[in-house]
Design a protein around this ligand. Structure first.
Ligand SMILES: Nc1ncnc2c1ncn2[C@@H]1O[C@H](COP(=O)(O)OP(=O)(O)OP(=O)(O)O)[C@@H](O)[C@H]1O
Ligand SMILES: [Mg+2]
Length: 239
């Protein structure tokens, strides 16, 4: 049964031999990575390990990476960053619809805002939204494009703990409903385990650990946490 299932799951992203250097310093060192369609993957790593560099390469927004290795990625890719990147001089709905046309665009934008709990805030200015609401608007802007691949670079990094927990639930719910492939960059080991089905650790320019999180399996959150912290070289007893 298992091999058959695997054959049916085509990779959404296929990366072979991706290398990226800055001023002679190698940050990504021949990375091979497949992200299956519809999988929720988290990417952990120390600050400066190259997480954002890898995400930018997959997003196709790093032109310096040209010629290094091969990349296959879907056509419809959305990226969410730590700050919402909403245009301050546009109201929420036009921000969500930015660059989108078609006569049903507005209707889709309203539906996406309703999905992230911002129904009724279409005419608000970004500055009138809280940080969490701004990130929800950013998620709506991604969703409305019906991405096959959602790339998120620490989207909750600037939010308070309580808002983060709510955003985790929302992101997981949106993923369950729309099933894009997700690559979520985070510093937070617990966030990675709670949200993702697979957690990668990037270190010394390579994927140092590729861990499957089996929600129905016998392993507890704490066991995954210990393995990931070990791969990150962090002692759980550290202050
Ligand atoms: N455009 C650039 N020019 C020069 N060096 C760069 C550039 N972009 C990234 N780097 C370097 O590459 C390394 C990896 O950066 P990257 O932003 O990918 O790290 P990161 O893992 O996302 O870190 P953080 O967790 O702090 O966001 C860093 O040492 C950084 O200084
Ligand atoms: Mg980064």
């Amino acid at each position: 049964m298992a091999p058959h299932t695997e054959q049916l799951t085509r990779p959404a992203v296929r990366l072979r031999g991706l290398t990226r250097s800055f001023e002679g310093r190698t940050v990504l060192d021949g990375i091979d990575l497949d992200l299956p369609e519809g999988q929720f993957t988290a990417l952990l790593g120390h600050s400066g390990s190259g997480k954002s560099t890898l995400l930018r390469a997959i997003a196709g927004i790093d032109h310096g990476v040209a010629g290094s290795g091969t990349l296959t990625a879907p056509e419809r890719v959305s990226v969410v960053f730590q700050d919402s990147r909403l245009l301050p001089w546009r109201r929420v709905l036009p921000n969500v619809l930015l660059g989108l046309d078609g006569k049903d665009a507005e209707e889709r934008g309203r539906a996406a805002l309703a999905e992230v709990g911002l129904g009724g805030r279409e005419r608000a200015w970004p500055s009138e939204l809280s940080g969490g609401e701004q990130q929800r608007a950013a998620l709506a802007r991604s969703l409305v494009r019906e991405p096959e691949l959602l790339l998120a670079d620490e989207p909750f990094g600037a939010l308070d703990a309580l808002t983060r927990i709510k955003m985790h639930a929302l992101l997981r719910q949106l993923w369950e409903r729309h099933r894009p492939s997700v690559l979520l960059v985070t510093h937070d080991v617990d966030e990675a385990i709670v949200l993702a089905d697979r957690v990668l650790v990037l270190e010394d320019g390579r994927i140092a650990l590729d861990l499957t999180i089996d929600r129905d399996g016998p392993h507890a959150h704490g066991e995954y946490r210990t393995r990931l912290l070990k791969a990150l070289g962090v002692s759980e007893d550290a202050p």
